[in-house]
Design a protein around this ligand. Structure first.
Ligand code: IDP
Ligand code: MG
Length: 153
């Protein structure tokens, strides 16, 4: 099934939102297949946010994302990339609907709690930037037929 890279940004860690956000993905039915806490250095920030190099907010973005520990994760599920993006809400938390993670917990675009891959290409690139193959766990959960019906693929 599809995998997506999700990261709780430094504001989520500092504001005690780790459990809250992970709980939402768990309850949705997505499966956690990799997780680690780390502090991103300058070089990794440049790689992760490569598509934004040269934009006016780039320096602020890098200094924010390197400002404290983050929680990096891989979540798996049917259409996991799109599902996670919907759950996050739009980039600007002021515009994200209530009920989404950014809509419920954020007030400022720079500090918007969570990152999620926006396409299969970025998911593959981001997952391999943060995790080795060995760190991604393949396992069955007995609730899967209760989430997807009898046909789990
Ligand atoms: P996304 O996180 O919703 O995919 P992107 O456009 O990929 O949004 O931007 C990456 C991150 O850069 C955003 O999550 C946000 O933290 C930051 N960012 C994007 N646009 C702005 C802006 O106009 N001002 C300040 N920060 C921004
Ligand atoms: Mg993005």
């Amino acid at each position: 099934m599809e995998k997506t890279f999700v990261m709780l940004k430094p504001d989520a860690v500092q504001r005690n939102l780790i459990g809250e956000v992970i709980g939402r993905f768990e309850k949705k039915g997505l499966k956690l297949v990799a997780l680690k806490m780390l502090t991103i250095d300058q070089e990794m920030a440049n790689q992760h946010y490569n598509e934004h190099v040269g934009k006016p907010f780039f320096d602020d973005l890098v200094s924010f994302i390197t400002s404290g520990p983050v929680v990096a994760m891989v979540w798996e599920g049917r259409q996991a990339i799109q599902v996670a993006r919907k759950m996050m809400g739009s980039t600007d938390p002021q515009e994200a609907p209530t009920g989404t993670i950014r809509g419920d917990y954020g007030l400022f675009t720079g500090n918007n709690i969570v990152h999620g891959s926006d396409s299969p290409e970025s998911a593959a690139r981001e997952i391999s930037l943060f995790f080795s193959q060995k760190e991604i766990i393949s396992y069955k959960k007995c609730a899967e037929p209760w989430i997807y019906g009898e046909k789990t693929e």
